[in-house]
Design a binder for this molecule. Structure first.
Ligand code: AMP
Ligand code: TRP
Length: 336
């Protein structure tokens, strides 16, 4: 038996922040050698809210470069761009037609984003989870490593598989594989620097709410200096009354590589004035190798292009196979 397959992706909208890194990419890097991995830059998802055509291509390349900079290894993993493999759009159409409208209307992320968009909600925003299901299902994926916020979309993906197989698969022939979410406890939900009860997000209007992977050291220092704290001396994990304390200690723990016990002991007597410089050093030190590697990759455009060209071919071969099986199961004639 071959290795189990992993699929995951990030949207090229804005900079990657510590939530994306700790909730998703860092976990991909840690487990990649045990799986056959596909990591996609989901640029079709990026246009489900208003986007800038002038920067879309550049932002897409930047995310691919960050995958490499964070340690995605081409020996185990394939990196590619969603819009380069047309099967993603085509499977979305087919699955749209078997997905009940009310399943999509119930998605938390849709409701939240629709509220933010006001009048300007495109059909694509509602359809976002079907495109995500198509991403996953084209590769006969076993496991999908994501942050906690994507759990509901994974459940929907599983519902679509069951519905598809119920309508169209013969009992002895599986067309779509049922994928499992893979959500790590620690880092699954990195919170905003300005409000420990809200998740760190690319779409928060305030830059001060997040630390981006490419922030220079002085910017990191400034954000941590101004971040929200509480008036209590001594830091602790897991006190629901102190979300900022839990969040910042968790960041320190994950980025320093120390255990929870070590960090709890190290910081239990500390005031915020002592902890903040410590956290600043930890973050700057953890991000430096990523930033250096990112610069090196971005300075070698032809290398990045060759990675993405190779990724497209590898992804396309598998995706087209699944698409053909889906169309056959739905009763389509094959192209002549
Ligand atoms: P997105 O930024 O929406 O493209 O998300 C890319 C990946 O990062 C997904 O796996 C998300 O679950 C994860 N993610 C985004 N924000 C956070 C956060 N604040 N904490 C943990 N994971 C996150
Ligand atoms: N919706 C995911 C997010 O915002 C991104 C994504 C798109 C994704 N397609 C995917 C994640 C497939 C995992 C698998 O985080």
């Amino acid at each position: 038996m071959g290795r189990q397959r992993i699929f995951s992706g990030v949207q090229p909208t804005g900079n990657l922040h510590l939530g994306n890194y700790l909730g998703a990419i860092r976990n991909w890097v840690e487990i990649q050698s045990q799986f056959d991995n596909f990591f996609c830059v989901v640029d079709l998802h990026a246009i489900t809210v208003p986007h800038k055509p002038e920067t879309l291509a550049q932002d897409t390349y930047a995310i691919a470069a960050l995958y490499l900079a964070c340690g995605i290894d081409l020996e185990y993993s394939t990196i590619f761009i969603q819009s380069h493999v047309s099967a993603h759009s085509e499977l979305t159409w087919l699955l749209n037609c078997i997905t009940p409208l009310n399943w999509l209307e119930d998605m938390i992320q849709f409701k939240e984003k629709a509220l933010k968009q006001g009048e300007n909600v495109g059909v694509g925003l509602l359809d976002y989870p079907v495109l995500m299901a198509s991403d996953i299902l084209l590769y006969q994926t076993d496991k999908v490593p994501v942050g906690e916020d994507q759990k509901q979309h994974l459940e929907l993906t599983r519902d679509i598989v069951n519905r598809f197989n119920h309508f169209f698969a013969k009992p002895d022939q599986r067309v779509l594989k049922l994928p499992e979410p893979m959500i790590r406890q620690e880092g699954a939900r990195v919170m905003s620097l300005t409000d420990g009860t809200k998740k760190m997000s690319k779409s928060d209007p305030s830059e001060m709410s997040r630390i981006n992977l490419l922030d220079p050291p002085d910017e990191i220092a400034k954000k941590i200096k101004r971040c929200k704290t509480d008036p209590i001396r001594g830091l602790e994990f897991d006190n629901p009354e102190r979300p900022e304390s839990n969040n910042l200690l968790t960041l320190h723990m994950l980025l320093s590589g120390k255990t929870k016990e070590e960090v709890a002991t190290e910081c239990q007597e500390m005031g915020w004035g002592q902890f903040k410089p410590l956290l600043t050093d930890t973050v700057i030190e953890a991000l430096k190798p990523i930033q250096d590697k990112y610069q090196a990759v971005m300075n070698d455009k032809s290398y990045l292009e060759s990675v993405l060209r190779h990724g497209k071919h590898k992804a396309e071969a598998i995706a087209n196979q699944t698409l053909t099986q889906v169309k056959a199961a739905m009763g389509y004639s094959m192209p002549l």
